[in-house]
Write a protein that binds this ligand. Structure first.
Ligand SMILES: [Zn+2]
Length: 138
């Protein structure tokens, strides 16, 4: 029997979610430590980028490998069952991504995509440093 009240469950859930292990948090913390200031969850832009750096006219997407189909990534493999459901669904995501990146580029934004698996690695500092370089050339 699960005797947690809804309230308690909510507290537990928010505790779990507030752990700073979320991929976006790794990137945000890193950028913040380097003195960058950014906006998050800004819905004004195509595709709703995870991080917006207005000063550098840069947007960052932190993409889940499965949902956004990271090419040649082991986390992006399509489930063997229900392929006729998954393939068009995932393909649609990829097409939508491409279209959003194109729209953003046309509006003059520098678009950076970081894959979740790159952040899970122990040496994720490399991808963070590369990101920094893409933002400001340093
Ligand atoms: Zn991946």
């Amino acid at each position: 029997m699960d005797d947690l009240t809804t309230e308690q469950r909510h507290v537990n859930m928010s505790h779990i979610q507030s752990k700073n292990t979320k991929p976006e948090m790794i990137v945000r913390k890193y950028l913040f430590s380097k003195g960058f200031r950014y906006r998050v969850n800004d819905k004004r832009y195509p595709g709703h980028p995870d991080i917006v750096l207005p000063k550098y006219k840069t947007v960052i997407f932190i993409n889940g490998c499965f949902w956004h189909q990271h090419p040649n990534c082991k986390y992006a493999s399509i489930p063997k069952t229900n392929k006729e459901y998954w393939i068009p669904k995932l393909q649609k995501n990829v097409e939508r991504d491409k279209l959003n990146y194109k729209k953003l580029s046309k509006l003059g934004w520098n678009v950076i995509v970081i894959w979740e698996c790159e952040l899970k690695k122990m040496d994720n500092i490399k991808v963070l440093q590369q990101t920094l370089y893409k933002i400001c050339g340093k």
